[in-house]
Ligand binder design. Sequence first.
Ligand code: AMP
Length: 125
Amino acid sequence: MAVDATQPYDDQNVFAKILRGEIPNKTVYQDEFALAFHDINPQAPTHVLVIPKGAYVCWDDFSAKASDAEIAGFVRAVGTVARDMGLVALGYRLLANAGTDSHQEVPHLHVHLFAGKPLGPMLVR
Ligand code: AMP
């Protein structure tokens, strides 16, 4: 079911469990502010999820409540992951679903990073 972006943070969501080490993940990067790991159901040759370590439901929650350090750290981590994975030259796409219309499924902010082939139009028409 799609996430209601206004709901309180649910610490039983799958990414909270990954952050606590209760569920395995294929980590590609982590630092003080962010964890990046391969999506379990990749939709491109490279499909990585980057999540903040703090408890934020979605972009709205994060941009309203996170500290400047958390926001800067998270944004820098997304860029670092793409750079470290060698994705800058051919390019990549970032996508963050927030709330019902976007079909956000996991209620912990995540940025999808897609790459590895021409990615086509941005949205299905
Ligand atoms: P969204 O629809 O934006 O909320 O995307 C949620 C994403 O999380 C989907 O692409 C799922 O394949 C991915 N996902 C769900 N569970 C896991 C998991 N345990 N490990 C890695 N990715 C997951």
